[in-house]
Every structure is written in C-alpha cells, then in structure tokens.
Design a protein around this ligand. Structure first.
Ligand code: PMP
Length: 359
C-alpha cells in the first residue's frame, strides 16, 4: 500500500508516472530495451530528451533566448558552478540570506568570489523574506543570488525581485513548476529535479544566452554552461533515466492543465493546512504569513515532548516523512505537485484528532 509521503525530497511522484515507468521498464516503445540501457546519442534517447526540453519550455513559457541544460551534480554543485559560470571579470556577487539553503550557497560562493550579503532575514530567525527596499544591491556585482523557496525554513518569495542590469540567479529547487513564473525576470534558474521534476541525479539549469560568455577558464567542461548548451547537455553522459522520468512528470503536469492549473491546486492545499494552523494554539507555524511556503509547511507542536507520538500516530494513519529538518526541528509537510489534496485533508484531520486527544 502506498503512503502519503510528505518527504522534502527526494519526494513523492505521481502514481501514474511510476506506473508508466514500470510498464516501459523492460521494453521502451518496442525498442526491446529499457531507457536506462540506451545510448544517450541514439535517436531514441535524443528524441526523448528533445521532447522533455520542449515540454519544459511549454510548461514554464521559457523564452527562445534561454538555454535549458540537463546536468548532473544537484543544486549543491550549482552553488559552486554559479560563480564559476557567472563571474566573468567581476569579483563580487550579491547574495540574499533567507535560511539554510541560502547559507549553503553563500558558503560555497565564498570559495570563488567576494560575497556581499545584501539582505538577510536572520533577525527573524529566517521566518521572513526581506523586503526589496532594504536590499543593499551593488551595481558592480556579477549577479544577485536568491533561494526562492527555503525548503527547511518553509518560506517562499511570493514576488520577483527587480535587480536592474545585474542578473538575478535563483535556486528554485523546491518550488520550480509549482507556480507560474516569469522566466524573463531571471538570468539563471537552477533546480535539483527530485522534488517537483522527477528523481535525483538531474539538475535543471535555465540560462539566458547572453550570460553564457562569463565562465572562468577553470570551469570544468561537464559544468560549463556554454559548452553544455552548445552540446545539448551531452559534453558528458547526461542522467538519461532521470531525464526520462522528468519527461513523464512533465507530461503528467501538462495533462493536469499545466503550471497555472497546478498552482491553483497548490494554493488550495497550502490554505487547507495553514487555515487550520491559524485556528489552533496546539501547533504553531513560525513563517510570517505573507512569506509562507506553499510547498514546505513547517509547524511545531507547542509541547515538543509529544513529537514522537505525533509522528508514530501519523505513520499508523498512512502518513510518512513529516519530521522537520534537524536544523530547525518540529514538523514539515512537504506538499509538492504530486501530493494529492486527499493527502493534505488526511493530515489536517489527523492533526485535529491528535489535538483533541492531547490538547
Ligand atoms: N537548494 C534547495 C532549496 C534545496 O531544497 C536542496 C535540497 N533539499 C538543495 C539546494 C540541495 O540539493 P542537492 O542535494 O540536490 O544538491
């Protein structure tokens, strides 16, 4: 029996995607082989990858003058590859610090350049996104880096910063494809696939073509965006099976009506949980209301000694992976695209019942 899986990532996939992958496992479309076993340069896989890219372009309305790269390494690798690919002759990069994933990006970037923290929500314990008016942007910075959804802290940008001539670079790992975005406002978007776009091993990089000439000479070829863009992400063997799974997820998303339609569902799912959290004293949700993440709903039991009983009961009721990240404790319900409404309803019903029992 499948559970309602609230994992922050790798995360739940649509059941129909898993069923299709299983059905096609031994023999993809009459080729007599699994996608895993195909040459990445054969016409079958090249066809798969071209379709995956076309579907992603449709889903996010990616403008023509952007390249889409399918890389390995995950978002953590990109934390280093962003400065390597973006610094050019500049030595300064602006970073906004909104929590654990921002901090990781900052720590990594410091190996390559002078990092300026232009805004931080540390003063609110990373429960809010600093207003744009407070950002101390540097016009000489190579780029401005933000994490648009902090998976651990549970806060999310509900708006897009304007950074003028300085390109905006965003780590969208935990909310890409969950809401409509205007790609043209970003210079670079990157994301690990294992939350809303499939399985671990694939990293998506969407980069405006005029930014492709800034890589430092030391940038490894496998992670050199310009070289990868010129080679259709085949400088090295791309993560073929993860690309195929992402393709099935994209087809599923298109069948759901695309990103605008899934965004409506995501708003409704998050509201169900937050509306309940707003009515109870038994639980608390630390994120500032206007910055609450729709994807990662963080909450705490006021009485932390009940945490393990809460998790045990949830598991018995068919809900798994609700434990919060060790950095912040408490609980976290990650409710990505693939989490059905029913999963959130079941969680809220359980939370109410638990409150009645122990409150
Ligand atoms: N950034 C964000 C916002 C994340 O949520 C994660 C993974 N949870 C990462 C970066 C790191 O991704 P990876 O482990 O794939 O490198």
């Amino acid at each position: 029996m499948r559970v309602f899986n609230f994992s922050a990532g790798p995360a739940a996939l649509p059941e129909s995607v898993l069923a299709q992958a299983a059905a096609e496992m031994l023999d993809w479309h009459g080729t007599g082989m699994s996608v895993m076993e195909m040459s990445h340069r054969g016409k079958e896989f090249m066809g798969i990858q071209a379709k995956v890219e076309a579907d992603l372009r449709t889903l996010l309305a990616i403008p023509e003058d952007y390249s889409v790269l399918f890389l390995q390494g995950g978002a953590i690798a990109e934390n280093a590859l962003v400065p390597m690919n973006m610094l050019g002759r500049r030595t300064i990069a602006d970073y906004v610090n909104t929590g654990e994933w921002s901090k990781k990006s900052i720590r990594e970037a410091r190996k390559y350049c002078t990092v300026k923290i232009v805004a931080s929500s540390e003063d609110t314990n990373f429960t809010s996104i600093p207003a744009l008016g407070t950002w101390q942007l540097d016009r000489n910075a190579a780029y401005v880096h933000i994490c648009t959804n902090e998976t651990i802290g549970g806060i999310e940008y509900q708006w897009t910063p304007e950074t003028g001539e300085v390109p905006l670079v965003a780590d969208m790992s935990s909310h890409i494809l969950s809401r409509v975005i205007d790609v043209a406002k970003y210079g670079v978007i990157y994301a690990g696939a294992q939350k809303n776009a499939g399985t671990a091993g694939l990293t998506l990089v969407i980069v405006r073509n005029d930014l492709l000439d800034r890589a430092l000479p030391i940038t490894p070829s496998a992670f050199h965006w310009q070289e990868q863009a010129a080679a259709d992400s085949m400088v090295n063997t791309p993560p073929t099976y993860a690309i195929y799974i992402a393709g099935l997820v994209f087809e599923w998303l298109l069948a759901q009506g695309g990103v605008a339609a899934i965004e409506k569902k995501n708003i409704a799912k998050a509201a169900l949980l937050y509306d309940y959290l707003d009515t109870t004293q038994f639980y608390r949700a630390p994120a500032r209301k206007m910055d609450r993440s729709r994807m990662n709903v963080r909450f705490h039991l006021q009485d932390e000694s009940l945490d393990s009983a809460f998790l045990r009961g949830a598991k018995e009721a068919g809900m798994d992976q609700l434990k919060g990240h060790r950095a912040v404790g408490g609980m976290r319900a990650s409710i990505y695209n693939a989490m059905p409404f029913e999963g959130v309803r079941t969680l809220v019903a359980y939370m109410k019942q638990f409150e009645q029992q122990y409150g």
